[in-house]
Design a protein around this ligand. Sequence first.
Ligand code: ADP
Length: 241
Amino acid sequence: MILLDRVSKKYGKKGVALDKVSFFIEPKEFVVLVGSSGAGKSTILKLLTREEKETSGKIVVGGVDYSDLKEKDIPLLRRKIGTVFQDFKLLPKRTVFENIAFAMEIVGMGKKEIENTVPKVIDLVGLTGKEKHYPDQLSGGEQQRVAIARAVVRQPKILVADEPTGNLDPKHSWDIVQLLEKINKHGTTVIMTTHNQDILNKLNRRVIKLDHGRVVSDKVGGNISDDVDYDSVGSDGRVAA
Ligand code: ADP
């Protein structure tokens, strides 16, 4: 469960990145965040992973109220949330296997467990046979599959994907979205940002739309370039169902 209740974020003194954003995401939901550049999508994801801290409002993830979080709780929180980015962020001098294994090594998992788990995740993302390849020997779509495998290898409850298809052509983009749907079916909550209308149309999932740091619509499907649906947004930033 993810709850944002009137969450605002200011970077420094000027400029409000988020203005009283409220929404609730059920466990195992698949939610898409849309909005033009600067609307606040990445900021929401960074608040969830605690890369940034809210200026005001309440965030609760999996029963943990972020206002009670201590520095020492953050590594454990991050284990529950896998992250995927537009630019993959793979280690160039490590193979596919090693890139994924690294995510387990850094949290102290044993060699046996790593050797047992990594091939299963490689199979899940459809890269069996490419274990020994280096990132520069893979297509963009394949590199993103490695990044997704790395993000899910510790079985996070939530996967956040910031423009995961931003560097991919339409065919590979859709393959990646389908992989995210498959991971969602396995029980992981997925929150993804996108600029891609074709993906929204095909996905037909819940879409939360942001504009200048406010939620302007929250419904299934939807159009990235739609006019703001002000009727559904209350003065406290809440969106009517
Ligand atoms: P989006 O992901 O929708 O493009 P962001 O969440 O990245 O939007 O940004 C929302 C607003 O916050 C923008 O006005 C952006 O310039 C500002 N912003 C984002 N990160 C920072 C930062 N680290 N310092 C200052 N301003 C920032």
